[in-house]
Design a protein around this ligand. Sequence first.
Ligand SMILES: C[S@@+](CC[C@H](N)C(=O)[O-])C[C@H]1O[C@@H](n2cnc3c(N)ncnc32)[C@H](O)[C@@H]1O
Length: 244
Amino acid sequence: MVYMGSKAKIADYIVPVIQSHIVVSGSRTYIEPFCGGCNVIDKVKAVNRIAADKNEYLIALFKHLQSGGKLPDEISKEEYEKVRENKESFPEWYVGAVGFLASYNGRFFDGGYAGIGYERGRKRDYFREKRNNILNQIRRGGIAGIDFMAKDYREFRPKGCVVYCDPPYDETKEYGIAKTFDRIEFWQIMRDWSRDNTVLISEQKAPEDFMAVWEKEIDRTLQAKEHFRATEKLFVWGNSGKFV
Ligand SMILES: C[S@@+](CC[C@H](N)C(=O)[O-])C[C@H]1O[C@@H](n2cnc3c(N)ncnc32)[C@H](O)[C@@H]1O
């Protein structure tokens, strides 16, 4: 799914790392507490897969598609504004479809309505592109069997699992939920979970007691015409004893 902060571009690199930890640890359960567009978990194989996110509309959208639900063919600007202003009057999955698929860059009702546009002289139907993208993701089958949950990552108490965390970015353009994300608390929870689980974290930097097990410089897009280079890394807690 086209998503703000999507890991689609690096999934080919990080999925094998995650997969090897599932094999080595013998864990039956894989958890993604910040699943976003599910661009990583849809390629991971595990006996049980749990995808969670704080955004309940996102989770409702995936559940809807997982159970064979359809998507609207188009969303007008008027409909977009109506749904944005009256979320409670619409089914949650529909608010998710409108908010994620009809907004620029998959930013939930952020960045504004993206209907038909022109980029370098080429006509683009942004809604249709995002709609096709998520429908293809469903068709490829990687979403089948995932257990979806709308919850805050702090509610998890994992044990014996492989956990991959892709929290909202630090020090990049602030967006939605990221404004209130407490990073000190986040890293402490990562330490706690690492005692009983294999925990892999996508970030650009981490406290000193974490170490990078993979890194790569990558093109990152924040807005349609705004690209910059960033180093993507995968961290584990250095004191967990599993990786030294
Ligand atoms: C960088 S995105 C994940 C992108 C995903 N890996 C992908 O490839 O599409 C971060 C996600 O964390 C979610 N999030 C932010 N704060 C959260 C919290 N406290 N608990 C759970 N999810 C949260 C956001 O809604 C967002 O979907």
